[in-house]
Design a binder for this molecule. Structure first.
Ligand code: ADP
Ligand code: MG
Length: 260
């Protein structure tokens, strides 16, 4: 595979705080009889950029979806921004307001304009006045470099543009943590870069990011930690240089030899 180049990042801008953003302790999850997450332990500090990679079916999506309760874990503890995820619906709502998520297939509302996609949650969930929500949305659409698309519908935009809208839409909720699930996997190569550029910008703004991706250029430049998952477990994690140059486990070596 070819690697999309990512602009040189000033890593001194990427600072990690003391505060814990996400904590997973001895987390297990099953789909029916299938044990999909096995004893996951993960502490993410504010400002960290974590890349999660691993073979298809290893549980990467499930892991990050547990963080905003799109999936429910059955054992162990998950604490997000100081709030423990339990069946308390109020807490789940609270966490979902703090955690933005970007999916592989954008998941924009096709019958709403770009601007309406971006203002829907701020107006209905945050109770923001419409005028203000539109101002905030335009600010983020400028930041992802597509303010001129505001009154179009998702179907009129390219995949790369739609994904940038999806990122802007998340940011309109002012999240403290952003989850990305293979945000560039559905995109043509020429569009991958424009999405990665936006993600680099976001990292430099100090956002805490968990990113499932096989874009190893992004991992090298932006991640402070790369996690390798296989068969529901975190097999290995390290800062990017050691992860790529000196992987410890056979399964990691095999995986890297297949994708690099
Ligand atoms: P990855 O994102 O690493 O490809 P997933 O977290 O999507 O892995 O899936 C992990 C495993 O769980 C896969 O074997 C997948 O088939 C299975 N799985 C995912 N979602 C469900 C579901 N809703 N019900 C049953 N099995 C599922
Ligand atoms: Mg997945």
């Amino acid at each position: 595979t070819t690697e999309t180049s990512v602009p040189q990042v000033d890593r001194s801008k990427l600072t990690i705080g003391e505060e814990v953003a996400v904590e997973m302790v001895d987390v297990h999850k099953w789909y029916g009889d299938f044990h999909v997450l096995k004893d996951i332990n993960l502490t993410v500090h504010k400002g960290e950029r974590i890349v999660i990679c691993g073979p298809s079916g290893s549980g990467k999506s499930t892991l990050i979806r547990c963080i905003n309760r799109l999936e429910e874990h059955q054992q162990g503890k998950i604490v997000v921004d100081g709030i423990e995820l339990t069946n308390d619906l109020k807490k789940i709502d609270e966490i979902r307001r703090e955690v933005g998520m970007v999916f592989q297939h954008f998941n924009l509302f096709p019958h709403l304009t770009i601007l309406e996609n971006c203002t829907l949650a701020p107006i209905w969930v945050r109770k923001m006045p419409k005028r203000e929500a539109e101002e905030v949305a335009m600010e983020y659409l400028r930041r992802v470099k597509i303010p001129e698309q505001a009154n179009k519908y998702p179907g009129q935009l390219s995949g790369g543009q739609q994904q940038r809208v999806a990122i802007a839409r998340s940011l309109c909720m002012n999240p403290r943590i952003m989850l990305f699930d293979e945000p560039t996997s559905a995109l043509d190569p020429e569009m991958i870069k424009e999405v990665l550029d936006v993600m680099v910008d976001l990292a430099q703004s100090g956002m805490t990011m968990l990113v499932v991706t096989h874009e190893m250029g992004f991992a090298r430049q932006v991640a402070n930690r790369v996690i390798f998952m296989d068969a529901g477990q975190i097999i290995e994690q390290n800062e990017p240089e050691s992860f790529f140059n000196n992987p410890q486990h056979e399964r990691t070596k095999l995986f890297l030899s297949q994708i690099l």
